[in-house]
Design a binder for this molecule. Structure first.
Ligand code: ADP
Length: 332
């Protein structure tokens, strides 16, 4: 193998740079040239690329974002676009394309491989952690830390002013960030897509817990963590409803894109390094249409399509513990 290419696509995630570095350094060990495409699949279509040498990835392991930039590219979904990309890859003599991104980006890679003879390999990079085939995805650990840090700060001001805060976190389809940040910050209540019943049931549960806490402590500071797009009107609407029902001061906090940024924590850097190196080794071994991942500390590969044909479950034991603690808080 002489030449491979990489791109980062879809939502960016802290640790993508660490992964790019690992790919470039591992490829250098085997004398393989690496081409980096900019702006996701747009770069493939517009021929926006540069050669990446070990010196180009020096001092980037600690940087958030991605030196290749990331983007969405709706145009890539067409047959013509994939054919054009295949033509460009062939002209450069690229034998394998490594795509760092979420399941959407993996769909893009599979779409391309219908029109291109080269190998495509996906590396899971998304803060949402919603990809089966890897215990965690690159960026997920940092996103939890970022959410956690913010919730801790919200908790301080909630306590000082005896207020109710509704903190909205990312993860519209998966509650990994929501559940983990909520448990780690000892939030009083958590609403995530996998666990939400109907909004009325959730509201009643919150109100009865609030009542009990108020009765017991004589005052009320209370923190709810909720995933984005779960409640019509989001955290703002839930805070308004809670204020109407309880007369307590209720404030929404929407964490938004801060959760995507920041220097990656060690776990993301290590995961990104392992998966980047392993993806190159799998490319050399001739693997095609796979995604790499890590299960129980072992690097593994699975069919690319398994990333979206299966759904990853929340940690059942953690859900149980959170539920037990919630029930305890409601006991008189
Ligand atoms: P993520 O990779 O974070 O899940 P998206 O779902 O936005 O992000 O997908 C990123 C990009 O992958 C899209 O903008 C598009 O370029 C490409 N893509 C997604 N789905 C497909 C598809 N079915 N066919 C071709 N390309 C796709």
């Amino acid at each position: 193998m002489k030449k491979i290419a990489i791109l980062t696509s879809g939502g960016d995630a802290p640790g993508m740079n660490a992964c790019i570095r690992a790919i470039v350094l591992t490829a250098a060990r085997f004398d393989i040239e690496v081409i980096g495409y900019a702006h996701g699949y747009n770069g493939l279509l517009n021929q926006e690329y540069a050669s990446l040498r070990p010196r180009d990835v020096h001092n980037i392991i600690q940087r958030g974002g991605t030196i290749l930039r990331s983007a969405r590219c709706d145009a890539f979904k067409s047959e013509n676009a994939a054919q054009l990309a295949a033509q460009h890859l062939n002209t450069l003599g690229i034998e394998a394309l490594l795509v760092i991104g979420g399941d959407g980006s993996f769909r893009g890679a599979l779409h391309l491989s219908q029109f291109w003879q080269g190998q495509v390999i996906g590396i899971p990079g998304t803060i949402d952690n919603d990809i089966v085939g890897s215990d965690a995805t690159i960026g997920y650990y940092t996103a939890i830390e970022t959410a956690l840090e913010s919730i801790d700060k919200v908790r301080d001001t909630a306590d000082a002013h005896e207020r109710v805060f509704v903190v909205e976190v990312m993860g519209r389809h998966a509650g990994f960030i929501g559940l983990h940040a909520a448990v780690a910050s000892s939030a009083d209540y958590v609403v995530v897509p996998e666990l939400i019943k109907d909004t009325k049931t959730e509201l009643n549960a919150i109100l009865s817990q609030l009542d009990e806490i108020k009765r017991r402590r004589g005052h009320c500071s209370y923190v709810i963590v909720i995933s984005e797009n779960l409640w019509a009107g989001g955290a703002t609407e839930l805070a308004t409803i809670l204020h109407k029902e309880t007369q307590l001061e209720c404030r929404p906090v929407i964490l938004g894109h801060v959760q995507r940024g920041g220097s990656p924590v060690s776990q993301d850097r290590l995961l990104a390094t392992k998966l980047g190196a392993y993806a190159v080794e799998e490319a050399i071994a001739g693997k095609n249409r796979i995604m790499v991942g890590e299960i129980n500390q072992q690097p593994v590969s699975n069919e690319l399509a398994s990333a979206w044909t299966n759904t990853k479950s929340l940690d059942g034991y953690l859900v149980k513990v959170q539920t037990d603690f919630f029930n305890l808080s409601k006991q008189p």
